[in-house]
Design a protein around this ligand. Sequence first.
Ligand code: SF4
Length: 355
Amino acid sequence: MASTRQITVGGVPIGGGAPVAVQTMTKTETANLQATMAQIHRVAEAGADLVRVAVPREQDAEALKTIVAESPIPIIADIHFNHTLAIKAIEAGAHCVRLNPGNIGGPDKVAEVIAAANKTGTPMRIGVNSGSLPKHLRDLEFENPVEALVTAAVEFVELMERLDFTNFKVSMKSTSVPNTIASNRLLAERIPYPLHLGITEAGTKWAGSLKSAVGLGTLLADGVGDTVRISLSTFHAEEEVKVAWEILKALKLRERGPVLIACPTCGRLQFDMDSVVAEVERRLEAYEDPIEVSVLGCAVNGIGEARHADFGITGAKDAGMIFSKGEPLKKVPTDQLVDELFVEIDRYYASGKKV
Ligand code: SF4
């Protein structure tokens, strides 16, 4: 897959071979500064590189000034329908503005926004959504929804180019996973601009995470996509960030914190592995390096299967084993396995070694 052009959003490079950027969107009323800033800090801590806030009212555009000044990560203003709000967001210092040219009131109003963005050097995200395609594509949408999405995106890209503006990324969102995959593959062949990936209204934490992993994971594995947002029906935006990171880590596109591997268990299991895995996962949150830790229900294939793990445990009824890189370190009573595992991990770090 050819590399795209690169843009920079508040210092974060997007496209052109840069690491795939993780973003999310706050779920607070933007003008409620206390709630919005608290959520921005939480998503930044969870690993968001960028965060988007909805700007549907004057007071939200006004609040942007403070949000931009106080946020630890770049802010993207999300605008629909009202081009004057887009201009105000640019003037308030938003690091990027997300605009759907199809619902902003026509090419003249888009041109006014682009003139403002050019003045400040503000990048844009040109967003196309399957739910709001331009009227002239409605028939095509019925016959071929993928072609309709791609056509809308290409038309908007051509509008930007006529306005002599290339400082943008593009998103095409659909609730259909196959359509998201097909349309983004097609668009990646047709335009040289960075792509923002997402499955819109993906659903609850469980179903939405899986849909996103399948849709975004397929594209990312093909080399398509420069920034991702997972959309989940949860008030906790940091959950979206964690899911995005798991997808990027699984594809080995980025590293962040430890990787926990656990066997699915079977009839050979003889201890409470659920609690052990949960406890190991909880304690690993305190570590930053990408160490790989494996928890296995028994020693049958255990150590061999997890030979690549930096550290691991195999449990048993009374006593389990702690191992490192496939080599046994020590045998300990099952109820001390987790404590002793972390003794070994901490000893390793204390010796100054890094994975
Ligand atoms: Fe079963 Fe042991 Fe394999 Fe876990 S490691 S799935 S308990 S055989």
